[in-house]
Design a protein around this ligand. Structure first.
Ligand code: LLP
Length: 383
């Protein structure tokens, strides 16, 4: 970690702020590109994980495609040099304006999530006199074994088209002449730290791929989404995920035909470890059973612990005390859920100490809010 750089930044910047290690991001990107190219796989960066302009610029240079879930994300991708021919657009609730914008930009593919959406895209494409390339986002009913709020591939989840709807979709597609079905899309969830669910996904995709072939659809694109998790507990040891093993699961278990390309949509694995939330201790409040370290950063800057009970490593980088004390590390927001960690062991901590909350590069800054009329938070970068 870039302790010295962070301390220097703190000496002339207002806390809290996000601090990104662009060298680590660059190394991560080079690894993703190298490992995916070994199999000729195509990786789209999932914009939802982080849309900080500096981060996006670097990712754009790496040549990855973009996975977007709103019209503004598509716009951000286009404006930052992502080739429209590498932009995919998912989301259960695409508005007409968003669809029209994406049609206008000739994006690679709409990942369609419902039967009604197929009709709407067909209608809007006909008005532009264009053929929209689409993939069916399929809900494969594969359990990702992750937090229920970030599980997406079960029938109870709102995402995707269910296998029992396939026959109806096929009949419907015959009459939707402004749509071209080019692929099948899946995404079972996020922060999946065990590779077994991906193997299950491959086996399910093989069945569905064969089903569509039998129905006369020889589809060139299979997109398996993202979801590979990172190590929040040991960000220094595992600052890169094992991309080789991840891609190998698909290489070993996915039965692709010669004309088929495999696509991925990775967010967290690319940006999580390069970001940190930097904060100052405002107050220490010692209780009978619980000591609190109250920070100037809160759930408004990183909502993951409050929303998903997510673990983030917390470090005091300015204390040199040898005595280790347990603190509930909390923010200033008027919610009891505004807690970054309970009974966190830290060196004895004082007002003014600098606290780093690690692995905040994915779903940190993008999920920030102005709740309690908080100031907007700036970001800085390692050179
Ligand atoms: N593709 C689709 C269709 C998705 O819905 C997502 C994430 C991804 C790709 C990228 O997944 P990743 O590789 O980043 O796991 N805010 C939550 C995560 C929400 C993920 C939503 N979808 C969190 O902080 O854990």
């Amino acid at each position: 970690m870039l302790k010295e750089n962070i301390l220097t930044q703190v000496s002339h910047s207002k806390t809290p702020f996000y601090y990104y290690d662009l060298n680590l991001l660059q190394t991560t990107l080079e690894t993703v590109v190298a490992e995916s190219s070994k199999h000729n796989y195509h990786v789209h960066y999932a914009f939802k994980a982080n849309t900080n302009p500096q981060i996006i610029k670097l990712i754009s240079k790496s040549g990855l495609g973009a996975d977007c879930v709103s019209g503004n994300e598509v716009k951000c991708a286009v404006e930052n040099g992502f080739e429209p021919s590498k932009i995919v657009f998912a989301g259960v609730g695409k508005s007409d304006d968003e669809i029209n914008y994406a049609l206008d930009k000739n994006i690679f593919c709409f990942n369609c999530e419902s039967m009604q959406e197929l009709e709407v895209i067909n209608e809007l494409a006909s008005q532009q006199n264009k053929i929209a390339s689409i993939a069916l986002r399929i809900n494969p009913n594969v359990d990702a074994h992750t937090h229920k709020y970030i599980t997406t591939g079960l029938e109870e989840n709102k995402f995707g088209i269910n296998p029992y709807e396939f026959e109806e979709v096929i009949v419907k597609l015959k009459n939707l002449e402004y749509l071209k079905l080019i692929g099948l899309h899946f995404h079972i969830g996020s922060q999946i730290t065990d590779l077994a669910p991906f193997k299950k996904l491959c086996l399910k995709v093989n069945e569905i791929n064969q089903f569509f072939l039998n129905k006369g659809f020889d589809l060139p694109i299979i997109n398996v989404g993202g979801g590979i998790g990172i190590n929040y507990h040991e960000p220094d040891r595992d600052n890169l995920i094992d991309f080789a093993s991840y891609f190998k699961v698909f290489h070993d278990f996915m039965e692709l035909r010669k004309n088929q390309e495999l696509h991925f949509e990775l967010g967290r694995a690319i940006v999580a470890q390069c970001g940190n939330l930097i904060s100052k201790v405002l107050y220490i409040k010692n209780g009978i059973n619980t000591n609190f370290a109250i920070l100037d950063a809160g759930m408004t800057e990183l909502i993951r612990p409050a929303l998903y009970q997510a673990f983030h490593k917390i470090e005091n980088i300015s204390s040199s005390s040898n005595s280790i004390i347990k603190y509930d590390v909390v923010g200033p927001i008027c919610e009891s859920s505004d807690c970054f960690g309970k009974a966190v062991e830290l060196p004895e901590t004082h007002r003014g100490d600098i606290i780093v909350i690690r692995s905040a590069g994915a779903y940190g800054e993008v999920m920030a809010s102005r709740y309690n009329l908080r100031d907007e938070v700036r970001s800085y970068f390692s050179e």
